[in-house]
Every structure is written in C-alpha cells, then in structure tokens.
Ligand binder design. Structure first.
Ligand code: UTP
Length: 660
C-alpha cells in the first residue's frame, strides 16, 4: 500500500509541467480578466494526486473584477490586441519560459523536450475553430450568464493558450465546466467558475491526508481498487460510477468511525479551530482547523492491512440504501431521518448510495450513482473482504498475486472466466466409473480437495474423508521442513484470519478439511483398499462393459463438485525433490507433498476455487474429464488445470493399477 502511493504519484517532471501550464493559464486569464484568480483544487492539491489526474481549476472573477472589467473596457478599446498577437509576442515570463524551453537548472532536459514539442504542437492545432471570432482582452462580462462567461473562457483557452486543444464547454454539469487538454503531455484540465466550496473541501481533504499517514495510503489503495473494479472514475465526468471525491469521502468517513477514530470528524476539527478561522461559503459553514498539528494524534493503532480488510467488510455488510454517511458528524444517519428532519434534507437527493457532502450539506455526492453500481460496490467489497481474509492474502509468492495485488487484479467478467479444460485419461480395461472414482480419490486424498459427487446414484463414489483416513505420515512425522511459505505479515484485525476457521458444514462438502483427517494408526493403505471396495461395489463390474459404457453415455456424464483449498500445484517439484527417498514414490509421496504445501495455510470461508468435473467417454474410448470453474476468485484455475493435465492421468493410472 505504501508502494502504491509512490507508484501512483506523479513524477517531478509531471508536477512541474502542471505548474508551468497553470502559470501560462494564469497569465493569459489575467490579461483578459484583470484581478481574476485561477486556483487549483481537487487531486492536484488535496494530497491524493495521481499521475495523469486532471487539473481542476477554479476561476474566480468576483463582482469587483467584473465591474473593473467594465471600466477597463472603455479605456482599452483602442489598444485591443488580436489573438494572434497574444499567443505570440504578448505572453508573460512563464510563457516565455515555456516557449524557449525551460532552463536546464530549473526543469531538466526532459522538460525542455516536452516544452519544445508543446510549442511545435501549438502551431499545428488541427481541431481549433479558426472560424471563431477573434477575442481580445478588455471585453466586458457585465450582464453575462455563467454559461456565457464560460463560453468566453473557452474562447480564451482555444485561441490564446498555446498547446491547448479539445476545448469543450459542459454547461449541463452540476457545476458548468470548460474542459481542455494540453496537447503534448495529454494533461487534461477542467475550469469551473466561482467554485470556492471545492477549494475548501480540497483543503479539508489535504488536512485529513496530513493528519495520519494511513489516510493517503488507504485512499490511494481504495481508489486504485475501485478503478480496477470499474466502480469509480467516470472518465468523462458524468456517469453512474462513483467519483473520486465521493470515494475519498467514504474512506474518510470509515476512518472517522473506527474505534478509536483514526481521524476526527469535521465537527471535531471545527471545535479545535479558533473562532477567527470561521468561514462561510455560499451560506455553508466551512470552518475547520487549518493547522493539523493542533489535533491530538490518533489513539487508533490498527495496521494498514487491518484497516483495509475492515473497510471492505464494513461496506460489504452496510445497508447503503437505508443510511446516509455523514462525514461532517462522523455518523451514520438512518433513513428515514429523525423527525423533525434537519433542514438540509430538503433538496438532498436520496439514492442507492448516500454520502453527504461535509460542507454543502444538501448535496449527496453519490447522487449520480446507479442502483447497479451501488450493488456492484457491495459485491466487490464483499469479494475483497474475502480476499483479505484468505490465507494467501499474506502469503508471499513470486508466482501469483498476493496482498494488495490480489485486490487490484481486474476482476474477470463472465466472458473472461477461464474456459475450463478437457483432460483425456486412457482407461484400458477399467470402467468409466472406476476412472471417475479414481479421479475423485486423487483429488480428495492426494490433492486435499473437498469433493461432492453429483450423481452418486449407485454408490459408486468413494467415501468421504470423514469416513476414511490418511495413509501417509504427516509432515511433522516425516520431519521434513515445510516448504510451503509461512504466513507472514500483520494481524488482519477483527475480520482476519481468526475468522477463517469458521467452516462450511462438512455435511455439505465432504472431506473439505485435511486437518480433520486422521492418520490411520496401523498405517494401512486405505486408498488401495478403497479402490478395491469401489471396484467391488460397482454394479457395472459384472455386466458387459460395452453395454455399461453405452448406458453411461445415454444417462449423461458423471459429475462432481470440487473445492480447492490450497495452492498445491505451486512449488510442488521442489518439495517433491526434498522428500524423495524419504517417502515411497507414487500416491504416498504426492500426498505428503500436498500436505507439506498446504501446511501453514488455512481453510476457511470460501475455497480458492470451486470446480465442476464431469466424466464422459471419448470417441477413442478414453475417459474425458471436463473441468470447469464455478468460482475462481484469484484467477488460478487455468494454472490448476494445466497442472492437472500432467498430474492426473499419471496418478489415476497408479490408483487404477493398484500400484500404491
Ligand atoms: P474528483 O471526483 O475528480 O476528485 O473531483 P479528485 O480528488 O480531484 O480526483 P481525480 O481528479 O479524479 O484524480 C474533483 C474535485 O471536485 C470537487 C472536489 O473539490 C473534488 O476534489 N467536487 C467533486 C465537489 O466539490 N463535489 C462533488 O460532488 C464532486
């Protein structure tokens, strides 16, 4: 999570480019709208800046400036400068810096190149509207609506700022905005008018980010996760997804409501502030302490991973539809709200997800979120919470994702799911159901999977592990070093590994727990016994095999559901090598290898994968096993099937031949 912050943060070069673009814009706007202020807000200043994020700007014209503009208009009629003049000679110092290429001691060679490219690109702007009437400084904004002012701003951007293109006005947005892009760097920007509330909420977020290092780390991780899960980041502004501001407020709210809190509520920050820092914007109380060092340090000592895990479990179980998250008070407000309702509820747009803006109290920052996205948020939180609880979350590996990487894997859509695999097993003289039983034996006994047979009509299946016992000595007995990695890392908190011991009923999934298996005291080989038993029990045994095969084909395939609990295919060769000579080759050795690989990992909650296996006869008389994943939270099924393709035929042959 710490790495994620530094990996996502913009480079020095990118930050410098933003600064230069901002000064260029400032200079141009000041020329047209003397006394105006162009101030950044949003992620560029709120402590959650990521590489490639847009540049949100607030253009403050103010009534006085508008009046001044009127006056100036009269004087400047005669000294109007054309657009071409402005974009050429009349640019200020920063602009010159951009044009000439930034000085190496200031910006470095890389920036020089960027800037040169930018100026080149400004000459061949292809999409600018040359037809548009030229604009000149000193025009009056008096009497113009916001929309019209935005239009003027758009024209200034389009005509007078070199390197800027794709200027587009979005007057229908909640806060009308002008979008633009810096051509060479691809940097996008938004300019809104008189959006001082956004300036203030950005300062509030900055304060939260500075209060505790866990705040930015959690915010970056959750924001990254939400983007990968297609929950947040409406690329074009509008849309049904959460915006980053809303998501960040959810993290802030979560941190305010821990026990003890990681950060104080806004109300508490207001109490800490001196009276003279009181600020009211658009009628809303926007005061809070400006100096974070005045706040006492949090008493909450939870680790980052524990907070992350808790974030997901908290939101997976919260009834979003029936509550309003209020980061101002750090409280959850049930819907319907108490009577008499607070005045802000008037105008508050209730939706499937309700998060109150901490300043503009009647604004639901998630008002745009659709029911489908709200539902997806809950299900993805629930999946992430499970991933955080899974044993492999803290189990380091170089061959598969673990830790935060597990959460930020793109979640496979239905269409992307691993297709499944066909594995052919030559059956010789055996019956199809013998092969089926042998496969089950290998999966349950050797690979420690849980297994439930779907079509155990005639008692052909093997017994569950509860009824049987293991034939191999435990790892401890073998005195073999556990080659499976240890669970390293921090305690996962209240929803952590502890809870994983809660298991599904063994009535439902037979033999799910190798921990429950007993080692037969006399060490007798029950696998072979069972095979004998299976074959003897088979009603097909005495019949005509070809007839049986035909029947089986007619009746449909034999199938079973498999729960895979451990990554028993990973690092197998290495562990096997370490055991060779100590354990008899074949099933015994392979079982011991699986047990070694599973040691240190725990079962609980949900298996790594759930698979359905069906068996049918192939046209060449071999048994065809089709494995298809029902659930595959960690995207391991393809690797597992690849392993089975080689492992299974060999092991099934051993079982059928009674070698082991
Ligand atoms: P974003 O949602 O873009 O957040 O809103 P962000 O933190 O800047 O993240 P990026 O840019 O997507 O990386 C931008 C700013 O707009 C204001 C907030 O100041 C926010 O930081 N905003 C957004 C509001 O005031 N209210 C809203 O409902 C949404």
């Amino acid at each position: 999570m710490k790495n994620l912050v530094s990996l996502c943060s913009p480079s020095h070069h990118e930050s410098r480019l933003r600064e230069l673009l901002l000064s260029l814009l400032r200079e141009t706007f000041t020329e047209f709208f003397p006394g105006c202020q162009l101030l950044p807000f949003g992620s560029s200043v709120n402590g959650f800046e990521i590489s490639g994020c847009d540049l949100d700007l607030h253009l403050e014209l103010g009534e006085n400036e508008k009046e001044d503009l009127m006056e100036e208009n009269k004087d400047t009629e005669e000294k109007k400068v054309t657009v071409k003049d402005i974009s050429g000679d009349n640019r200020g110092e920063d602009n010159e810096e951009l044009e000439e290429g930034a000085s190496p001691e200031k910006d470095g060679d890389e920036l020089d190149m960027q800037v040169t490219a930018e100026n080149e690109s400004s000459d061949d702007d292809d999409d600018d509207d040359d037809e548009e009437e030229n604009i000149a400084p000193g025009l009056s904004l008096q009497g113009l609506s916001h929309e019209e002012i935005l239009d003027v701003v758009g024209r200034v951007l389009r005509q007078c700022v070199p390197g800027v293109h794709g200027v587009q006005s979005v007057p229908s947005a909640r806060r009308p905005v002008i979008r633009f892009q810096h051509k060479t760097s691809g940097l996008r920007g938004d300019i809104t008018l008189n959006n001082r509330l956004a300036l203030r909420n950005s300062s509030y977020m900055r304060l939260c980010s500075d209060l505790d290092p866990r705040v930015p780390q959690l915010v970056y991780t959750v924001r990254y996760w939400a983007r990968v899960q297609q929950l947040a980041g409406n690329p074009l502004g509008g849309g049904p997804l959460l915006n980053n501001y809303a998501l960040t407020l959810m993290v802030i709210f979560f941190l305010q409501t821990r026990s003890p809190p990681v950060i104080p509520s806004l109300i508490r920050l207001r109490e800490i502030a001196d009276n003279d820092t009181s600020q009211v914007i658009d009628g809303w109380d926007c005061s809070f302490v400006s100096d974070g060092t005045q706040c006492p340090a949090s008493e909450n000592q939870q680790s980052l991973s524990s907070l992350l895990s808790e974030f997901f479990s908290y939101f997976s179980s919260l009834d979003l539809h029936s509550n309003i998250l209020c980061p101002r008070d750090g409280l959850l407000m049930p819907i319907p709200v108490s009577s008499p309702p607070p005045t802000w509820t008037e105008g508050f747009r209730m939706g499937p997800l309700n998060v109150q803006d901490p300043f503009e109290l009647n604004h639901n920052v998630c008002g745009n979120v659709s029911t489908r996205i709200a539902r997806r948020f809950t299900t993805r939180c629930s999946a992430a919470a499970k991933a955080c609880r899974s044993p492999i979350f803290l189990l380091r590996s170089s061959s598969r994702p673990w830790g935060v990487n597990l959460l930020i894997q793109p979640s496979p859509s239905e269409g992307d799911k691993a297709e499944g695999a066909d594995i052919a097993i030559s059956i010789g003289k055996a019956l199809l159901e013998d092969v089926f039983a042998a496969v089950k034996t290998v999966l349950v006994e050797v690979l420690l999977c849980g297994c439930k047979q779907d079509s155990d009509k005639d008692g052909v299946g093997v017994k569950s592990n509860e009824e049987t016992a293991h034939v191999v000595p435990s790892v401890e007995e073998l005195n073999i070093e556990d080659k499976g990695a240890e669970v390293k890392g921090e305690n996962m908190g209240e929803d952590g590994i502890k809870n994983e011991r809660k298991r599904e009923s063994s009535d439902d999934i037979q033999g799910t727990s190798p921990k429950k298996r007993r080692i037969e005291e006399d060490g007798s080989d029950l696998v072979a016994d069972r095979q004998k038993n299976v074959i003897e029990k088979s009603p097909c045994k005495k019949g005509n095999p070809s007839k049986v095969h035909k029947n089986q084909q007619a009746e449909g395939a034999l199938s079973m559901r498999i729960d895979v609990w451990h990554h028993i295919w990973e690092g197998r060769r290495k562990v096997r090598r370490s055991m060779q000579g100590k354990v008899e080759q074949g099933i015994k050795l392979e079982t011991a290898v699986s047990r070694a690989l599973s040691a240190g990992t725990q079962e609980g909650g949900r298996p790594i994968m759930q698979i359905t296996a069906t068996t049918r006869l192939g046209t060449d008389g071999s048994a065809i096993l089709h494995f298809s994943p029902d659930s595959d939270d960690y995207g391991c099924s393809a690797t597992f099937f690849h392993f089975l393709k080689i492992f299974l035929p060999r092991m099934v042959e051993n079982v059928l031949s009674g070698k082991d």
